[in-house]
Design a binder for this molecule. Structure first.
Ligand code: MIC
Ligand code: SF4
Length: 642
C-alpha cells in the first residue's frame, strides 16, 4: 500500500519509533522559526540549556507581534532576541520585515523539509509541501539545541479538491468550509492532506492560506503536494533551485476523506466568536459594519492585496467604516508601492499600517464598543481584538474589500462587479531587514537583558501526594486567549510571567488569580478541546506560577497539552465525561502515590478528599512525557541529564 505525502516526509525524518498512529516518534527538524511574543521564552530557555551550537539547518528569529513599542519593554525584548540569536547562529528578521509565516514561505520554505515554529500558524509552510508544525517555545528551543522533536503519530484526513473556484470565492472560503465541516476540534491528532484535481487550481499562497488556518481545526499540520505551481512560486521568489516535486502515492489510503467541490463554494464568513461558526455571507445578510481589517499571516500575500487594491481602485471606503491594511512582508509592500496599488488603496481611504501581526493579536486597531469588524484573519475569539464586546467576522480579502466600500457585509458574487486577474510577479529579496549570524564566538557576544525580562517559573518534582483545590471550572473549547489574554496591554509583558499572572483567565473569571494565591496548589476543570488556539506556553507557565498542578478536562488541544506537560502540569482526561458535571469549584482533589501512578500508566485516580468520590482519568503519557512529569517539567528533566 502506498503512502500519504505526510507519512513520506515524516518517515524520511524519523529517528525513533514506528509510524503507528497514536504512538510517539522522534523526527529530525530541519528548520525552526520563532517570533517575538513567544521568542523571549524560547531564547531564555535556549540560554538555560547552554548549548554550544544549534543543530538545525536553519533557524530564524522574527520580530512581528510586539511592535507597538508603547514603552521600553518591546524594544528591550527585540534587543534581547537579537543578541541571543547572534550568539547561537540564528538568523534575525528585524521588525518591519513582515509576519514570520509569510516571510518563512517567501525566503526559506523548501518542499519536503520539516519546520517547527513557536507559533501555532507554522503550518503555513504546508502550502509548499513541508511538514510544518506549531509547538510550545520550549519544544522549539530543544529542537534548536538537539535538532529533534517528538510527536504523536497523527492519522491523516485526505481532503479531495475538485473543480475550480468561481470569481469572488477564494482560498479563505475553502478553509472556512472545511472548518464548518470538521469544527475546531475535528483535526486534533490528525494531519490534513489536500489532494485531487482541484489542487492545481490553487496557487502556493492560496494553499498557504488554507494550511495556515488549518491550525483552527486543531490539526497537527496541513499540507499540499509540491507541483508546477510550487516551482513557479519558488521561481517568483528567486529560489527555483529549492523546488522538489512531491505527492502522495496514487494508491495511498487516507483514514478519512472529505470531498470539496471548489466550484460549488460561495463567499463564507466565520461569525462571532469561533472560526468554525461558519455561514454563507448571503445567509448572514447585509449587516452594518464599523471596521474592516485586511492582513495577517492568513491573507496578506501579494495576490490577496492586489485583489484588494483592484476592488478599491476608484472607489471610496464607506464613511462609517475604518479600513486598515497590514501587508504581510516588506517585499510585498515594496511591490505594491512600485506598481501603484498602494496609492490606489490610500486614495480609497485605507489606513496602511506596519507589516506585522498588528490588529490580529489586538496590537492596536481595537474596534469601537459593540462594533462589527470584518477581518481577513484566522481567529475571532471573544475579546482578542482588544474590545470585549466587539463582533468579529472572519472573511476573505475579496469580501472584506467590497464590504469596506458598501459599509455592509457584502457577497461579491451578487455585487455585479467583475474581478481582474492578477498577473504573476517576481520579487527581489530584501536582505536589509535580515541580520545574518556573523560567525563570532558565542562567548564574545553579550546577552542584552532589559529590566522587564524576568526568569521563567520552574515546577517541583512530582510529590508523593498531589493535593489541589479546584480554582476554576470552564466550558468547552477554552482558548489560550481565554487562559492568558494577549493584547497591547499584555504583549509587552511576555517576558514577565509575574506581571501576566494578574490577568490569567481575566475574561472568564477575574478572581481566578486571587483564588489561586489563597489555595496552595490548584487544579482546573475543563470541557472539550481545552487550550485550543495559540502555541503560547504562557497559558501553561502563568497557571504554573499561580500554583496550578493539574487540569482535568474532557479533552485537550495538542500544543497546549504539550505545554502543560513541559511545565510539569498534568493534563488528565476524564474517562467518564459525565464526571465533569460532578466536579465543582473548591473541590479538594488528591492524587495519592502520584509518581507511582504516573509511572504505572492509565488510569490515574483522582480522589475528592471530602466525599471520597474517585475520578478515573487517562493521561496517555508516552514514556518520555511521564518522565518529564515526574521530574517537574522539561527543563528539570533536561537538567537531570536524562
Ligand atoms: C496567535 O495568533 O494567537 C499568536 C499570537 O500568533 C500565537 C502566538 C503567541 O501567543 O505568541 C500563536 O498562534 O501561537
Ligand atoms: Fe500574527 Fe495573527 Fe498570524 Fe498569530 S495569527 S502569527 S498574531 S498574524
Amino acid at each position: 500500500m502506498g503512502k500519504t505525502l505526510a507519512y513520506k516526509i515524516l518517515d524520511a525524518h524519523r529517528l525513533n519509533g514506528q509510524m503507528i498512529p497514536g504512538t510517539e516518534i522522534t523526527v529530525k527538524i530541519d528548520q525552526t522559526l520563532t517570533q517575538d511574543s513567544t521568542g523571549t521564552m524560547v531564547y531564555l530557555q535556549l540560554e538555560a540549556m547552554d548549548v554550544d551550537a544549534i543543530k538545525t539547518e536553519l533557524s530564524v528569529a522574527y520580530i512581528d507581534h510586539n511592535m507597538l513599542q508603547t514603552g521600553f519593554e518591546n524594544a528591550d525584548d527585540h534587543a534581547f532576541i537579537q543578541s541571543v540569536a547572534r550568539r547561537h547562529g540564528v538568523l534575525f528578521s528585524k521588525p518591519g520585515n513582515g509576519i514570520c509565516h509569510q516571510l518563512q514561505l517567501e525566503n526559506f520554505g523548501i518542499p519536503g523539509k520539516t519546520l517547527l515554529g513557536s507559533d501555532s500558524h507554522t503550518p503555513t509552510g504546508g502550502g509548499l509541501g513541508m511538514i510544518a508544525m506549531g509547538a510550545g517555545g520550549l519544544d522549539v528551543a530543544v529542537a534548536m539545541a538537539k535538532g529533534t522533536y517528538s510527536l504523536t503519530v497523527p492519522r491523516v484526513i485526505g481532503v479531495r479538491l475538485a473543480g475550480k473556484l468561481r470569481p469572488w470565492v477564494s482560498a479563505k472560503d475553502v478553509i472556512l468550509y472545511v472548518l464548518q465541516k470538521l469544527t475546531v476540534k475535528g483535526g486534533v491528532g490528525k494531519i490534513v492532506e489536500y489532494f485531487g484535481e482541484g489542487v492545481k487550481e490553487l496557487s502556493v499562497t492560496d494553499r498557504a492560506t488554507i494550511t495556515n488556518m488549518g491550525a483552527e481545526l486543531g490539526a497537527t499540520t496541513s499540507l499540499f503536494p509540491s507541483d508546477e505551481n510550487t516551482r513557479q512560486y519558488l521561481a517568483s521568489q528567486g529560489r527555483e533551485q529549492d523546488y522538489v516535486p512531491l505527492a502522495a502515492d496514487a494508491d495511498c489510503v487516507y483514514d478519512e476523506i472529505l470531498e470539496v467541490d471548489l466550484s460549488q463554494l460561495t463567499p463564507l464568513a466565520a461569525k462571532p466568536h469561533s472560526p468554525d461558526n461558519v455561514d454563507r455571507v448571503s445567509n448572514i445578510g447585509s449587516i452594518k459594519i464599523d471596521q474592516v481589517a485586511i492582513g495577517s499571516c492568513t491573507n496578506s500575500s501579494y495576490t490577496d492585496l492586489m485583489k484588494v487594491a483592484a476592488i478599491l481602485k476608484g472607489n471610496r471606503v464607506h464613511e462609517n467604516v475604518s479600513l486598515v491594511i497590514s501587508p504581510g512582508s516588506s517585499r510585498i509592500l515594496k511591490k505594491l508601492a512600485q506598481n501603484g496599488a498602494l496609492a490606489d488603496m490610500i486614495a480609497a481611504g485605507a489606513r496602511i499600517i506596519e507589516n506585522g501581526c498588528g490588529p490580529c493579536i489586538g496590537m492596536g486597531q481595537s474596534p469601537r464598543s459593540g462594533g462589527v469588524s470584518l477581518r481577513t484573519f484566522n481567529r475571532n475569539f471573544k475579546g482578542r481584538s482588544g474590545t470585549k464586546d466587539a463582533q468579529v467576522y472572519l472573511v476573505s480579502p475579496e469580501t472584506a474589500a467590497i464590504s469596506a466600500i458598501t459599509g455592509v457585509l457584502t457577497d461579491g458574487m451578487t455585487c455585479g462587479r467583475s474581478l481582474p486577474d492578477i498577473p504573476p510577479e517576481t520579487f527581489d529579496a530584501n536582505e536589509n531587514f535580515l541580520v545574518r549570524p556573523d560567525g563570532r564566538e558565542k562567548s564574545r557576544i553579550p546577552v542584552e537583558m532589559g529590566p522587564n525580562i524576568k526568569p521563567f517559573p520552574l515546577n517541583e518534582p512530582l510529590p508523593q501526594r498531589l493535593a489541589a483545590t479546584v480554582t476554576l471550572k470552564t466550558q468547552d473549547n477554552i482558548t489560550t486567549d481565554d487562559i492568558m489574554p494577549s493584547d497591547s496591554r499584555l504583549l509587552p509583558f511576555r517576558s514577565n510571567v509575574p506581571h501576566l499572572s494578574d490577568y490569567c483567565f481575566e475574561l472568564i473569571d477575574g478572581s481566578f488569580p486571587q483564588r489561586c494565591r489563597q489555595a496552595k496548589r490548584c487544579a482546573i476543570v475543563g470541557g472539550e478541546n481545552y487550550g485550543q488556539g495559540s502555541s503560547r506556553e504562557h497559558a501553561a507557565l502563568v497557571p504554573l506560577y499561580l500554583g496550578v498542578r493539574f487540569v482535568l478536562a474532557k479533552s485537550f488541544a495538542r500544543i497546549h497539552r504539550s505545554n502543560l506537560i513541559n511545565s510539569g502540569i498534568l493534563p488528565l482526561i476524564l474517562e467518564n465525561p459525565e464526571d465533569y458535571n460532578t466536579l465543582s469549584l473548591n473541590d479538594e482533589l488528591v492524587i495519592e502515590d502520584a509518581p507511582a501512578q504516573v509511572a504505572a500508566g492509565d488510569p490515574i485516580l483522582v480522589t475528592d478528599s471530602k466525599t471520597g468520590k474517585q475520578y478515573k482519568t487517562l493521561a496517555n503519557f508516552s514514556p518520555f512525557e511521564a518522565a518529564m512529569i515526574l521530574a517537574g517539567g522539561k527543563i528539570n528533566y533536561i537538567k537531570k541529564g536524562e
